[in-house]
Design a protein around this ligand. Sequence first.
Ligand SMILES: [Zn+2]
Length: 147
Amino acid sequence: MKQGIPLKHEFVEFIPAELQERTLYISIRFATVSHLCPCGCKNKAVTPLKPTDWKLIFDGKTVSLHPSVGNWSFPCRSHYWVKNNRIQWAEDRPKERIDAGRASDRHAKDRSCVIGEMPEVLPEQPRKQPARKKKRLRQKIKEWLGE
Ligand SMILES: [Zn+2]
């Protein structure tokens, strides 16, 4: 079994703007853990510590996150566990689901190739006429009012 990618952890007050790779930044004050995606894509994964989100396990030497981290919003879609300062890759998505995704992509592309027919609009009468009529009427009213 692979040992996984080794990580180090840093307890910080604020999560720095620039993160170092293979480092878990842990802010107890803000109950947040942040790190760069271990695939090397440099996307920042943020795992809030909440009863409904992630739990941080600190054994005095190493940290673990529970549950696993799934970066579904990143192009890499990395999925891994942080266990005892190591990244352990989770199993990839089932193959058929990937194929289904690809098929739907193809479908979307096909649809975008269909160019909608331009509806032929034949104006029954020029639009300007009623406007002109109105203007004339307004002018007449003005005349009547002696303005
Ligand atoms: Zn990544």
